[in-house]
Design a binder for this molecule. Structure first.
Ligand code: PLP
Length: 389
């Protein structure tokens, strides 16, 4: 009954694990769930207030597919101020989260057999979405600390390469691409006539010295072949509101609007009003959340020091640790997947195995949880590892 296309679609591994953790919790087991990729903060009050105002004003009708003019203008201003990018509102399209925008872009850009280069470890959604668009994901496997270089990419370019996917800071590694390397990647993309999809959804959540740079800001030629993707989920703790957007060449954005016009129409009218408040209002809640994340990152770094055999790499951005368990694999646990299943069963900590990111031998641990939860999780992991459970 089900189409071949959907039969071969891998289920979202994070959601499956999250469900298992919740089931154990429902059965009365103490489980710290560090699987999902969402801030544990509430949406800031002034954003909620804007949405409530919109509801009370009856702002409940269909809007333009690309989004309301106010929101497109707010995004245009944000891209100018934060990213040094000049996009007119007509070069911007808002969708139902960055995930849906990415899906639509692959549908709009890929012909059957077009190759999309995706550096791994990576968020599995990119890979599945490329396949759904009949494109071919070409995975470029990076070693720790997972910083992509132009040289890594060049080896995988063929005459079928259409798109290079960039995600800096990265989910799941937190690694960032620095400006010099981005410049080299841009030159390569120009020389080889490749489009760039730059997913910058974690741009605000950074901790190290590396500054976030939008590749499209590095010159007019790369600007013309880049689609910049972003959204409100992570920076403004708005995962449930479903607001994501793309900015890029007019031809591509018009095609994206055409596609969404037949598929989703637009994201919720109320969410769009909330989005205007998020982007145009005070940015202090964002800074506050990032300060909290920074403190939690230190809690994990400190508290996992005693866990023998784990290799902890310091994330530069996002809110994940991507930790190697390679030294702990052997007879008892052959794969990181088995190791993570045992960690959940025996120690009550839910993390996502590297297999879910095309990087076996690792696990991803979100630090979007309270300091006390993280402290307990680290204690449990350390005990699990040191007792060789
Ligand atoms: N891009 C990356 C790298 C992500 O990790 C996520 C969510 O986990 C998204 C995009 C999608 O965000 P949303 O659809 O909530 O805007």
């Amino acid at each position: 009954m089900i189409s071949q296309r959907i039969k071969t679609l891998a289920p979202s591994p994070m959601r499956a694990l999250d469900a298992k953790a919740k089931q154990l919790q429902a059965d009365g087991k103490s489980v710290i769930n560090l699987c999902l990729g969402e801030p544990d903060f509430s949406t800031p009050d002034h954003i909620n207030a804007a949405a409530i105002k919109a509801i009370n004003a009856g702002f409940s009708h269909y809007t333009a597919t690309a989004g309301i003019p106010e929101l497109l203008e707010a995004i245009s201003q944000k891209l100018k101020k934060d990213n040094h990018l000049t996009y007119t509102p007509s070069q911007i399209s808002v969708g139902v989260g960055a995930k849906q925008i990415l899906y639509a872009l692959f549908q709009v850009l890929c012909d059957p057999g077009d190759e999309v280069i995706i550096p791994t470890p990576t968020w599995s959604t990119y890979v599945e979405q490329v396949k759904l668009a009949e494109g071919v994901p070409i995975l470029v496997s990076l070693s720790a600390p997972f910083k992509l270089t132009a040289e890594d990419v060049e080896k995988y370019i063929t005459n079928k390469t259409k798109i290079l996917l960039l995600n800096s800071p990265s989910n799941p590694t937190g690694a960032m691409i620095d400006k010099t390397e981005l410049g080299k990647i841009a030159q390569l993309a120009i020389k080889k006539n490749i489009l760039i999809l730059s997913d910058e959804i974690y741009e605000k959540i950074i901790f190290g010295k590396t500054e976030h740079v939008s590749i499209a800001s590095l010159g007019s030629e790369i600007f013309q072949r880049t689609i910049t993707i972003n959204g409100l989920s992570k920076a403004y703790a708005m995962t449930g509101w479903r607001v994501g957007y793309a900015a890029g060449p007019q031809e591509i954005i018009s095609a994206l609007n055409n596609f969404n016009g037949q598929v989703t129409s637009h994201t919720a009218s109320i969410s769009q009003k909330a989005g205007v408040a998020a982007l145009s209002g005070t940015q202090q809640p964002v800074a506050k959340m990032v300060r909290e994340f920074a403190k939690r990152r230190v809690v994990v770094l400190k508290n996992l020091k005693a866990a023998k055999g784990l290799e902890v790499i310091e994330p530069e951005g996002a809110f994940y640790f991507f930790i190697s368990v390679k030294k702990l694999l052997g007879k008892k646990y052959v794969t990181s997947e088995a190791w993570c299943a045992a960690l959940l069963e025996k120690a009550g900590v839910a993390v996502v195995p590297g297999e879910a990111f095309f990087a076996p031998g690792y696990f991803r641990m979100s630090f979007a949880a309270s300091e006390s939860e993280l402290q307990t999780a680290c204690d449990r992991i350390t005990q699990f590892v040191n007792n060789k459970d």
